[in-house]
Design a protein around this ligand. Structure first.
Ligand SMILES: Cc1cc2nc3c(=O)[nH]c(=O)nc-3n(C[C@H](O)[C@H](O)[C@H](O)COP(=O)(O)OP(=O)(O)OC[C@H]3O[C@@H](n4cnc5c(N)ncnc54)[C@H](O)[C@@H]3O)c2cc1C
Length: 419
């Protein structure tokens, strides 16, 4: 029979990606008792277990810059003490854990949040499952940072899956790294809109021709390690990241593409003639799933106008509309990377973190209330850290001032996060 237990905490954060890490860290640093639950064996979500290449875009988040600064201290070789947006996932796994322990956060790895504990519309916490059995964790405030919003969905919060018109979601990618690359000649093509001519032809066109559909583009990123390059090149379409069978199917599709991608790199891309796979992500990269209905839904237009909301809790958020092709390789027709015209950063209002009808629950990270197009922008990791900081501060203020999440003043959140 399964063992059952109970825990009580101030703040319960589910999911430890950049957003969940930031929420847990911020709430704990300010003095809240925090439990962070993560299904994987490492903290960091896509930034670590997803074998991420680099932090993209930017955001006025003091915690994001602290992570960059502390990562620099852990880097080696030419990157030692150099602030860079390149990620060493192995070092970052340890750094996140160290930081969480420094502020006294209880971390529960290998633990899946399976259901919400509710009293009507009020979220009381979550039931989690791990080796030890099942635990009901009761919390004053629960933060859903699972990316997919698993807990919010189980609690009955309203959402739209993927694109509003047809519920299609951005493709999934299993990131992998190759070693044996000649750094002095290596080509790094970091966007779909980047091209590179070789004697055999242009590299994006050659990828389309030689890598089997639905893969067929080149995205390669330098790493902090000599001869090691991160490849964002596998591609699985028509995947619903909230469906367990689809997650397995996506993993198989992407793994099957890796050999052909390596053959392509060796044959056509300068510097990669002797490359070989050294590692692949332990977590399939899901870009998009549920968009929850919050008190406010951030739109494409808000970003294009760089709107400043009265209740903003994230500021100077900057990126482009990174919509990958929903039917194959490359960029979607609605996507804009290098040619994105808006240079001003935008803000995200606190209301995007508050689900319309649920109490004591905060949305956090890529699952906040935003349209498919807005999400393609705010989903990047620096902005997710900014959102997480805001969620952690809001949770702490709500508890310490004994007020509802709705009553928390955005100005106070900004003061606490220092933006
Ligand atoms: C392939 C790919 C490439 C990308 N490239 C970049 C890039 O180059 N730069 C960039 O800045 N951004 C990039 N992004 C975007 C970015 O990585 C994500 O949007 C961002 O990590 C989202 O942060 P998050 O914390 O909301 O969610 P995630 O990082 O997805 O973290 C969610 C966490 O919750 C955990 N979890 C999920 N469900 C449960 C559950 N029920 N119980 C317990 N734990 C659970 C997961 O294991 C995970 O650790 C990329 C995304 C993908 C998929």
């Amino acid at each position: 029979m399964i063992k059952k237990s109970e825990l009580h905490t101030d703040v319960l954060v589910l999911g430890s990606g950049p957003a969940g890490f930031a929420a847990a860290y911020t709430a704990a640093k300010n003095g809240a008792k925090v439990i962070l639950v993560e299904q994987n064996g490492d903290v960091g979500g896509i930034s670590t277990s997803g074998l991420m290449s680099h932090w993209t875009g930017s955001c006025a988040s003091p915690l994001y810059y602290e992570v960059l600064k502390r990562s620099a201290e852990h880097n080696e070789g030419v990157f030692k003490d150099k602030i860079t947006n390149l990620i060493d996932p192995e070092k970052l796994k340890t750094l996140y854990l160290e930081m969480l322990y420094e502020v006294g956060c209880k971390v529960m790895l290998y633990t899946f949040a399976e259901d919400a504990i509710c009293d009507g519309d009020t979220i009381l916490g979550a039931t989690v499952l791990n080796k030890s059995g099942k635990t009901d964790i009761y919390a004053e405030i629960t933060v859903d940072a699972t990316g997919d919003g698993d807990l919010a969905a189980r609690a009955g919060a309203e959402f739209v899956l993927g694109r509003e018109s047809d519920n299609k979601m951005q493709p999934a990618t299993l990131m992998f790294k190759v070693g044996g690359v000649d750094d002095t000649r290596a080509v790094f093509l970091g966007s779909f809109e980047s091209t590179y001519e070789t004697p055999n032809g242009e590299l994006q066109a050659l990828a389309k021709e030689h890598i089997p559909y639905p893969a067929g583009h080149i995205l390669t990123y330098q790493s902090t390690l000599p001869g090691v390059v991160t490849c964002n090149m596998t591609n699985a379409i028509d995947i619903d990241g909230t469906d367990a069978d689809d997650l397995t199917r996506a993993t198989l599709i992407c793994r099957r593409q890796m050999d052909a991608i390596v053959q392509y790199l060796r044959k056509f891309v300068p510097g990669y003639e002797n490359c070989y796979v050294i590692s692949s992500a332990s977590l399939i990269g899901i870009r998009e799933t549920r968009h929850f209905k919050g008190k406010y839904t951030l739109t494409e237009q808000d970003i294009l106008e760089a709107k400043v909301f009265d209740d903003y809790v994230v500021k100077d958020a900057y990126f482009n509309f990174d919509v990958h092709n929903l039917t194959g390789a490359g960029l979607d027709i609605t996507g804009v990377q290098k040619h994105f015209k808006q240079n001003k950063g935008y803000t995200i209002p606190y209301r995007c973190l508050i689900p319309e009808i649920k109490k004591n629950l905060l949305l956090c990270g890529r699952n906040i209330s935003g349209t498919h197009m807005a999400h393609s922008n705010f989903r990047v990791m620096p902005i997710c850290i900014g959102i997480g900081e805001a969620a952690g501060a809001a949770a702490y203020i709500s508890i310490s001032q004994n007020c509802s999440l709705h009553a928390v003043d955005a100005k106070q959140i900004r003061e606490m996060t220092g933006i």
